[in-house]
Design a protein around this ligand. Structure first.
Ligand SMILES: C[S@@+](CC[C@H](N)C(=O)[O-])C[C@H]1O[C@@H](n2cnc3c(N)ncnc32)[C@H](O)[C@@H]1O
Ligand SMILES: Nc1nc2[nH]cc(C(=O)O)c2c(=O)[nH]1
Ligand code: SF4
Ligand SMILES: [Mg+2]
Length: 255
């Protein structure tokens, strides 16, 4: 890896908003959305292609975006985050932020770091064990991934558990697990997945899939029923604190 890969990264957008998902919903955050991802989830709502420029909304909620040339170096990103005040934390999202663990390691900012990850890259996660204060870790069930063959499923599950183990909750970090719930998800598979990571997390969040694109016209085709999600929650509550929290920023219309 070249030296620049450690000190600069392609970033899609930088903005200030409130966290719309999970147990920290409503907290004020700056968001850094890295481009690129190692997975292809059925339900992904985010464009993570690498653009020539990064959209920088310096005034929160303004809808005015300055274009900043990519890639962006660590010092420049630190300066871009300066105008955002009273932050709970800085969300590192994407795409997949773990692809840029070397860059993240070099970030020096006052606010705690909140990592939003697909939890599938343990060698990258290992680099951030002393760096992040909040881990919002997805557990991607293989059924929800496009292009993953039967042979790769076992390794995917092992990598996921290893990421949760490495970035587990401790005295200086909260780590929780989010599972996006699609229609017809198998209850047994979700239970088995949660059993494997339960010792490492403070709670599990069931996040019902929010329809995007064509599915907006017919949400019932992809969304699990309230009854089935309530049933899933009941069975997971035997293992761990489990909450159902839909994405709120999509309802409100903020970034
Ligand atoms: C775009 S991802 C970026 C971070 C990382 N790649 C990941 O998947 O966790 C941010 C969050 O949005 C969730 N998400 C993406 N599309 C969604 C959808 N249609 N409905 C509900 N949650 C969704 C992901 O599962 C993840 O928790
Ligand atoms: N408001 C807001 N909350 C979020 N929580 C997770 C997000 C993400 O895309 O990672 C996100 C996002 O894009 N906006
Ligand atoms: S891992 Fe995250 S960014 Fe990547 S495809 Fe899945 S939801 Fe989208
Ligand atoms: Mg999002």
């Amino acid at each position: 890896m070249s030296a620049s890969k450690f000190t600069s990264a392609p970033i899609r957008e930088v903005f200030c908003s409130v966290q719309g998902e999970g147990p920290y919903v409503g907290t004020r955050q700056a968001f850094v959305r890295f481009s690129g991802c190692n997975l292809n989830c059925n339900y992904c709502d985010t464009d993570f292609a690498t653009p020539g420029t990064c959209d920088y909304e310096q005034v929160e909620g303004s809808g005015y975006f300055e274009k900043i040339k990519n890639p962006i170096n660590v010092t420049h990103l630190e300066a871009m985050l300066q105008p955002f005040k009273k932050l709970h934390s800085v969300s590192l999202t994407g795409g997949e932020p773990l692809l840029y663990a070397d860059f993240i390691r070099k970030l020096n900012i006052a606010s705690p770091l909140y990592l939003e990850s697909n939890m599938t890259l343990p060698e990258q996660a290992r680099k951030l064990t002393e760096k992040v204060a909040y881990v919002s870790g997805d557990f991607k069930l293989p059924e929800t991934l496009r292009g993953i063959g039967r042979e790769a499923r076992k390794e995917h599950m092992e990598n996921t558990v290893e990421c949760f183990r490495l970035l587990r909750k401790n005295h200086s970090r909260d780590c929780f697990c989010k599972i996006v719930v699609e229609r017809d998800m198998e209850l047994g598979a979700v239970n088995r997945a949660v059993e494997t990571i339960a010792p490492y997390v403070s709670c599990v969040i069931l996040q019902p899939e929010t329809p995007i694109g064509r599915d907006l016209m017919n949400p019932g085709a992809i969304q699990a029923s309230v009854k089935s999600i309530m049933e899933l929650q009941k069975s997971l509550l035997e293992i761990i604190d489990t909450r159902v929290i839909p994405q709120t920023h999509r309802m409100w219309g903020c970034l």
